[in-house]
Design a protein around this ligand. Structure first.
Ligand code: SAM
Ligand code: DTB
Ligand code: SF4
Length: 364
């Protein structure tokens, strides 16, 4: 019987997070090896299938149209282009491809049909397929599932309290609703967040309360360190220390014993020794490839050399859940409902987001 708890309190999690480091590492590593092979790490590759020009105001994100970050945007990639990138990722040792789109939410229509075809194509390469496309309805989640989607990434990003200081164009509850829609299908849930956005330790603990109380807990949880991009409202925030990442990974591992914990954005700033401590503390997944979505990431050869030094092995695809079957478009049981769901748009003022927007206007 599973001993996973869904009633962790913020105080309990803060006590864990603030333990003397040696105690914390020992406890987290003990939970880790009870539930996972400590020498295996999943390697995923990100493909930005639609970059930039996003309508949202997420304070950390270089892809929001309203900030001037100088990234090169692109329309939705073609299926053969994405297939070629997936094959390259497979050859370099990745077992999962995560396709990201700078969308607020998925809209039924030809672009979504194209994404469904990408999912079918990559599932047939025997790789785990993940998508992160913004908010989805239950019908859209079911269509993705039918196409062979293995995982859907939708981050809570921070605590419910701090969320209001980061994003004004959607609400924390919208994120939970999408996760719930994904849960109504056979797709596994990938949800985590970002540390180093100026939040308090209470917010980190609050985010872990929200994630760990989901039942079932997410199968995968990315922990990102903020990549402070010039032009975004968070451009001047100082990077976190590696100890923060190690503590966050360890606390995540303890409250979510079975989840794959992903050491995500921010690895270019981390030494091998720092990353090794994160793996010891329970991280068992990384993004590989020299680019995340728009920002740099360590070169895959460097990562493979790190795996060699640490004696780590890349995880085989479908180790944790079986490969989904792909249903072809013509045999689909679900049709496009052309839904126009009413997602929340709180629209309150976030000072630093407004400043970044005005600065972008002045720069023209
Ligand atoms: N538009 C979709 C959405 O917001 O769900 C999917 C793409 S979005 C870029 C995926 C995730 O990337 C965000 O939820 C956030 O956690 C992470 N992210 C974006 N910009 C980041 C940054 N500068 N540093 C760290 N993580 C970041
Ligand atoms: C996640 O939690 N981190 C990845 C993935 N899910 C989509 C994205 C990180 C993006 C970092 C900023 C960028 O490269 O644009
Ligand atoms: Fe858009 Fe997603 Fe970036 Fe927010 S995080 S601005 S929704 S791409």
């Amino acid at each position: 019987m599973s001993t996973t708890r869904h009633n962790w309190t913020k105080e309990e999690i803060l006590d864990i997070y603030n333990k003397p480091l040696m105690e914390l590492l020992y406890e987290a590593a003990t939970v880790h090896r009870k539930n996972h092979d400590p020498n295996t790490v999943q390697v995923s590759t990100l493909v930005s299938i639609k970059t930039g020009g996003c309508s949202e105001d997420c304070g950390y994100c270089p892809q929001a149209a309203r900030y001037s970050t100088g990234i090169e945007g692109n329309d939705l990639m073609s299926v053969p282009h994405v297939k070629a990138q997936a094959l390259r990722a497979k050859e370099s040792g990745s077992s999962r491809v995560c396709m990201g789109a700078a969308w607020r939410n998925v809209k039924d229509g030809p672009e979504f049909d194209q994404v469904l075809e990408m999912v079918r194509t990559i599932n047939k390469l025997d790789m785990e397929v993940c998508c992160t496309l913004g908010m989805v309805t239950e019908n859209q989640a079911k269509r993705l599932s039918e196409a062979g989607l293995y995982a859907y990434n939708h981050n809570l990003d921070t605590s419910e309290d701090y969320y209001k200081d980061v994003i004004s164009t959607r609400a924390f509850e919208d994120r939970l609703e999408t996760i719930n829609h994904v849960r109504q299908s056979n797709i596994t849930v990938c949800s985590g967040g970002i540390i180093g956005m100026g939040e308090k330790l209470e917010d980190r603990a609050g985010m872990l309360v929200a994630l760990s109380s989901l039942n079932p807990q997410p199968e995968s949880t990315p922990i990102n360190a903020l990549v402070a991009v010039e032009g975004t409202p968070m451009e001047d925030i100082e990077p976190i220390e590696i100890w923060e990442m190690i503590r966050m990974v360890a606390a995540t591992r303890i409250v979510m014993p079975e989840t794959q914990v992903r050491l995500s954005a921010g690895r270019t700033e981390m030494s091998r020794e720092g990353q090794a401590l994160c793996f010891f503390a329970g991280a068992n997944s990384i993004f590989a490839g020299d680019k995340l979505l728009t920002t740099p990431n360590p070169d895959v050869n460097e990562d493979m050399a790190m795996f060699e030094v640490l004696g780590l092995n890349p995880q085989k695809p479908f180790t944790k859940s079986a490969q989904p079957k792909t249903v072809e478009a013509e045999d689909s049981k679900f049709e496009s409902l052309s839904e126009k769901p009413k997602w929340t748009r709180p629209g309150h003022t976030i000072e630093r987001n407004e400043l970044a927007k005005q600065k972008a206007k002045l720069n023209g």
